[in-house]
Design a protein around this ligand. Structure first.
Ligand code: PLP
Length: 422
């Protein structure tokens, strides 16, 4: 562990020692009135890789010059497009290629996975999730319960922090799983909670849920490209994630799905199918009778969305070059430095994200004791862009791909000025 120092020269030294520093140049950094903006919203919408434009232009060119024949004769034939992303996407989440497919959007994929992995019976029908989960996940679970004729208030069990605490304790999650050993059908949680920034112990949760006979899914929207995930080894049943947050693949970007290899050839799993999930060799024979492709690819519905996937393909190449393990190592240091800098202001603000680096990713969430919105606005005026989440949290996510230790140091300087006058 480094002994951090709150000086410019120390921060610059850490940047010098950073073996990933070259990746900052691979992104368009923001400017406002010609001044550099410290971007801390990689948890919400990652910055644009410079390689994206050429990647899209390639597909536009093939479309313009080849028309429908681009499906087979394009530089990256559209017919097979998802294959070109699978390997790099799998490496980001710690999966085997057969376990991953890129398709659709996150919430749509969450519903598709629930069709396969949430099959309530009369006695085993409960869904366990974090209290105040991301709203889309709440609505998805509420309507899944209703779809099966269940009352969401009865079917959904919420995990709630202890009184006076902001985050969940693993021991409490496991105790609750065990308390519901007879009626729990599925546990579905964020890999990292979007609000508190808490990273859950996915391995321990999966083990505990499997031990009572429940399935486990993780919404890795805030975990993919952030934590060093090991979805295969952790034995998770399924996971879904979006690609526009830490994975820098553009607004409304495509999504990823993980289905564990154990389920790869299970044709008995109910699913909602489409032609793109059908055995590739026979896809264009237009025959009756659905034959799923092996693994996650068998959950595909529609022909690939080439443009969002072209962006994601370009972005994933940067992750392949940097390596998720290296990114995570830098991230622990970078966010550790932000934590150290913020600690000086404990009198004015509370960091609700866990202190232990293993229990968080890039993001730190802070609650300002007085008028948080005013501090947020001050940041924006001073060319720092964190984000604001109702009712009272400022989220700050220095990301290892393009943020620097010097930027983190500068945040401390701005806070110092603010609290001198407020
Ligand atoms: C960002 C996020 C979403 C967004 O869902 P989309 O379908 O991509 O709009 C859903 N769930 C969680 C946990 C998120 O963090």
């Amino acid at each position: 562990m480094v002994n951090f120092q709150n000086t410019l020269s120390f921060a610059q030294q850490l940047d010098k020692e950073d073996s990933l520093s070259r990746f900052r140049d691979a992104f368009y950094l923001l400017k406002k009135n010609d001044k550099h903006v410290i971007y801390l919203c990689g948890n919400s919408l990652g910055l644009q890789p410079k390689t994206v434009q050429a990647a899209i232009e390639q597909e536009l060119k093939d479309w313009a010059e080849l028309g429908v024949e681009g499906h087979f004769d394009g530089k990256n034939p559209w017919m097979y497009y998802h294959h070109f992303l699978t390997e790099n996407a799998a490496a980001v989440v710690g999966a085997k290629p057969v376990e991953v497919v890129v398709m659709n959007n996150l919430t749509a994929n969450l519903h598709l996975m629930m069709v396969s992995f949430y099959r309530p019976t009369k006695t085993r029908y409960k869904i366990m999730m974090e209290v105040s989960a991301f709203p889309s996940d709440q609505y998805a679970m509420e309507t899944q319960a209703r779809f099966h004729g269940l009352d969401p208030d009865d079917a959904i069990i919420e995990l709630t922090p202890r009184a006076g605490e902001y985050t969940l304790r693993t021991e409490d999650i496991i105790a609750k799983i065990n308390a519901h050993k007879d009626d729990l059908a599925i546990i579905i949680m964020g890999g990292v909670n979007y609000y508190t920034g808490q990273a859950f112990d996915m391995k321990a949760i999966t083990e505990a849920a499997h031990a009572v006979g429940a399935n486990v899914g993780f919404d890795c929207a805030h975990a993919a490209g952030n934590l060093h995930l090991q979805l295969h080894d952790w034995n998770v049943d399924f996971a879904v994630w979006c690609t526009y947050k830490y994975l820098n693949s553009g607004p409304g970007g495509t999504s990823g799905v993980f289905v564990h290899e154990r389920h790869a050839n299970n044709k008995d799993l109910p699913r909602f199918a489409g032609w793109w999930g059908h055995d590739e060799k026979e896809r264009f024979q237009m025959k009756k009778g659905f034959k799923p492709m092996q693994g996650a690819a068998g959950w595909q519905l529609s022909n690939a969305q080439i443009f969002p996937m072209a962006i994601h393909k370009a972005s994933l190449e940067l992750f392949a070059q940097a390596g998720m393990e290296n990114l995570r190592k830098k991230s622990e240091r970078l966010t550790g430095y932000l934590y150290f800098i913020l600690k000086d202001f404990s009198e004015h603000l509370t960091i609700i994200t866990p202190t232990n680096p293993a229990e968080r990713g890039c993001q730190l969430s802070i609650i300002v004791k007085q008028n948080g919105r005013k501090l947020f606005d001050y940041f924006v005026e001073h060319n720092v862009l964190p984000d604001w989440r109702e009712p009272d949290v400022i989220r700050m996510s220095p990301v290892p791909m393009y943020n620097t230790f010097e930027e983190v140091y500068q945040i401390g300087q701005i806070l110092k000025k603010y609290f001198e006058i407020n």
